[in-house]
Design a binder for this molecule. Structure first.
Ligand SMILES: *Cc1c(COP(=O)(O)O)cnc(C)c1O
Length: 229
């Protein structure tokens, strides 16, 4: 399948799932995850109308962003970010999905202040509490959000999660529901000055389950670009 054909199919699956959940398809934005994908296939996706691309590695992203600078694309950081890479990340990404510590939030704030930017971020939550996964646990999310909210050059707009791998993607649904529930509880506690609105959840294998539970960003790589080598 071509990249454009894959994109069309992914978009339709997302829209169908949104409609089935009584949501507007426009409420779900597709992040095309282009880690380890070459420029020509990213260009194919851009030619097919894809605007948001997700990258995991700062250096790899930098080369692509420079090469495609005239395409008007939006780049999101979805991988683990080290504090010492905050400066370069802030210079490249419209949204950082993977803020998982107060230390990283502080580093992003300082980096954003240097270029007079307010950096949009999501707080990554390890809902299932897996030892191998990045993200803060549910109980400390309020603390990290409160810390982020006190920083003038960061705007926390939502939450992100990566569920454990399940053979049956429907098994991830309770995890997505828990992230949605956590966002509502944080908003009810009025931590911060604006309510959180974004839920980054769902990948190639479980995007329809995530949309059913309220995802506003889905991060899809393999279903668009094929298996990564
Ligand atoms: C690689 C990656 C994805 C995309 O995964 P696919 O299964 O290829 O769709 C989504 N989110 C994160 C954080 C990733 O690292």
């Amino acid at each position: 399948m071509s990249v454009s054909g894959n994109l069309a199919r992914v978009r339709k699956e997302i829209a169908d799932s949104a409609i089935a959940a009584n949501r507007s398809p426009d409420a779900v934005r597709l992040v095309a995850v282009s880690k380890k994908v070459g420029l020509s296939r990213i260009q194919e996706a851009a030619d097919a109308g894809q605007r948001i691309f997700g990258e995991n590695y700062v250096q790899e992203a930098r080369e692509k962003i420079e090469a495609l600078a005239d395409r008007g694309l939006s780049w999101h950081m979805i991988g683990r970010l080290q504090s010492n890479k905050a400066r370069i990340a802030v210079s490249m990404f419209d949204l950082i999905h993977s803020v998982d510590s107060i230390k990283l939030a502080n580093a992003i704030d300082a980096a954003a202040a240097r270029i007079s930017k307010v950096q949009d971020i999501l707080i990554q939550v390890n809902v299932a509490g897996e030892a191998s996964k990045a993200g803060i646990d549910v109980d400390t999310a309020a603390d990290v959000l409160a810390a982020a909210t006190s920083l003038p050059h960061i705007r926390a707009i939502g939450l992100m999660t990566m569920p454990p791998f399940f053979d049956d993607p429907q098994k991830a649904r309770p995890i997505f529901a828990q992230l949605h529930d956590l966002m509502q509880r944080l908003n009810a506690r009025k931590i911060g000055d604006c309510p959180l609105t974004e839920l980054s959840m769902g990948m190639s294998g479980d995007m329809t389950a995530a949309v059913a539970e309220g995802a506003t960003f889905v991060r899809v790589g393999t279903a668009i670009f094929g298996e990564r080598r």
